[in-house]
Design a protein around this ligand. Structure first.
Ligand code: FAD
Length: 254
């Protein structure tokens, strides 16, 4: 009993800060970059979890932000994908200036609610809704699904400004050919020729989401406004709130 209580505290307690070294960087779009990290002591993660990143200047000033883990646990690699906000403090460094060999503090993994792992016993379909860089933790789930060769159907509805802003475009395209993954892009500002830009609406959900009777496990991630709108549409379509898990990327309070 005492032993269980202690191990529970160790799991739930704050994680120590570790030193992350950038191994490689890859530009996913003109504003989003993937960082592959080497983090000695990293305890592993579940798809959907995130970590805290802390940058410290020479004068001691430090800034801390959360970033979702993009890689699947099975690869043994730790990857983040950061979308640059031009007026931001941390993302312009991570998505633009940082180079292989650079180091920063990292703490995690964090979050036990917004997670999904493949299970051989489960046939429950997976429905993922991403707004912009909200695709990052959902990609970890898609990668874990692929690594486990899961037969569970996965649908990704990805709201993004334009085709050139799609993160992981070629990998997603390849995975639709090799696994039971379907991807629908909802372009909000400029679409491909012949298609009209617009937001996800009730018709999108009716056409692309599994019916509520199939009880899909649903994960929604992105800016707060996107998460709220998508969740309302899902509930209006008859999906029980208890089946919908959300993660908001926006600044605190929005
Ligand atoms: C759990 C969690 C996971 C996250 N995972 C990722 C991830 O995988 N990839 C990623 O790129 N970001 C992710 N974020 C967002 C990230 O933590 C930062 O908020 C983001 O990188 C902006 O930081 P910044 O220092 O550049 O901007 P700041 O200096 O904090 O803000 C600059 C301006 O942008 C606004 N702003 C801040 N954050 C956002 C935002 N997310 N969307 C729109 N406007 C914003 C601010 O209000 C301000 O006006 C995640 C956030 C959370 C809470």
């Amino acid at each position: 009993m005492a032993r269980a209580a202690v191990s529970g505290r160790l799991i739930a307690g704050p994680r120590p800060w570790l030193v992350a070294t950038i191994k490689t960087t890859t530009d996913e779009t003109s504003a989003a970059r993937t960082l592959v990290l080497d983090v000695p002591g990293w305890p592993g993660h579940l798809p959907g979890q995130h970590a805290d990143v802390r940058l410290t200047a020479e004068d001691g000033y430090s800034a801390q932000r959360s970033y979702s883990i993009a890689s699947a646990p099975e690869t043994g690699r730790l990857e983040f994908t950061v979308q640059r906000l031009d007026d931001g403090e941390v993302s312009p460094y991570l998505a633009g200036i940082a180079e292989p060999g650079d180091q920063f503090d990292l703490r995690g993994p964090i979050g036990g609610w917004f997670t999904w792992s493949p299970s051989p016993e489960s046939t429950q379909p997976l429905l993922l809704l991403a707004g912009g860089s909200g695709v990052v933790p959902l990609m970890s789930m898609i990668r874990a699904h692929g690594a486990a060769r899961s037969e569970v159907p996965v649908g990704l509805i990805y709201s993004v400004r334009s085709p050139s802003d799609v993160i992981y475009a070629s990998e997603l395209s390849e995975r639709t050919l090799s696994s039971p993954l379907t991807v629908h892009y909802q372009y909000t500002r400029s679409a491909r020729p012949g298609a009209r830009p617009g937001r996800i609406d009730a018709a999108t959900i009716a056409k692309l989401a599994p019916p509520p009777a199939a009880r899909p496990a649903i994960f929604v991630c992105g800016p707060s406004g996107f998460v709220e709108a998508a969740t309302s549409l899902l509930i209006d379509a008859g999906h029980p709130a208890a089946t919908i898990k959300t993660e908001r990327f926006g600044p605190t309070g929005t």
